[in-house]
Write a protein that binds this ligand. Sequence first.
Ligand code: FAD
Length: 336
Amino acid sequence: MSINDYKDIYVFIELRENNINEVSFELLGESNRLAQQVKDYEVIAVLLGHNVKPLCQELIEYGADKVIVCEHPLLKEYSTEAYTLVLTNVINQFKPDIFLIGATTLGRDLAPRIAARCNTGLTADATHLEFDKESSTQLLLVTRPAFGGNLFATIVCENNRPQMATIRPKVLIPLVPNSNRKGEIIDFNVNLMSNDIHTKIIDIIEKKNTGIDITKADIIISGGRGVAKNFALLKEIAQELGAAVGASRAVVDEGYAPKEIQVGQTGKTVRPKLYIACGISGAVQHLAGMDKSDYIIAINKDKEAPILKIANLGIVGDALEILPILKDEIIKLKKA
Ligand code: FAD
């Protein structure tokens, strides 16, 4: 079998309590963009779970040409073994050229196992995908931060298929859903026995909701070491703006903010309409998580701070003097 026998772009659809994770829509959107560059290439969503068929239409609206549905009671909850087994079977049967998975906790667990079973390579935690225009095959150039985020490495999988990658949430843009889109639904015959799974779920502990999810917020006001001891002020402004509070890693490492609001390479990637960076220097690892925000305001004492180079509006000054004024102005505007 030659690599030319492999075809199409497949996207693993991640579910949380039978809701489609946003990253899956982002991957479908990007796959659509890529598939348009190759004659006869289609975007194929692979959906695993129990009673998940009603979700197929939504996937088609977001760009899937086909949906392969793998329904089985043992797929209701995620298990590494069961999902690896079923997805490996799907890959062996359908021969995808490209197989994409979100770089979520689940995706990072799943993807390397599938790659090993399929004897192929995997580029993990990618931020950019494109085809190599020089190549006669559909060679995918997968870019990811390397060496602590100081360099970007572009990785190819020349000799094995599928070309696999996990892609960070929020770096790609989903399509606007189109309810007129039509697609094909394929039922996959799942062969799974309970003794294929060697772990047992004893209990599920719900994650405590500790505030606005920064990856979903339209406005984020983020604090760095320059305002580390003044997060209460950031929270007050966030409340007035209906915004979420974010933080740099320096602040998280020093214990002033929880890890779940860390923005950056080892934190969350965010893409809000407005990102306000207060007392953040703008290290590459921080920028990697927020530089695609629609509009960036940076407040920094140091006019040479790198964050000011990418900001749409830079304010050189003491954030501890500027932020109280900002808060008062917002309150005044809201009353007006
Ligand atoms: P600093 O770099 O110390 O900057 C503080 C800034 O505040 C300065 O620019 C200063 O001029 C300004 N300032 C001080 N006082 C005031 C004031 N009163 N008013 C206005 N401005 C003021 N970092 C992340 O953020 N996210 C990540 O995910 C991440 N991942 C990493 C992964 C790796 C592998 C590595 C090696 C590093 C990572 N880092 C990450 C760390 C990153 O390199 C920086 O160290 C970190 O972002 C610095 O945080 P900071 O900007 O808050 O602090």
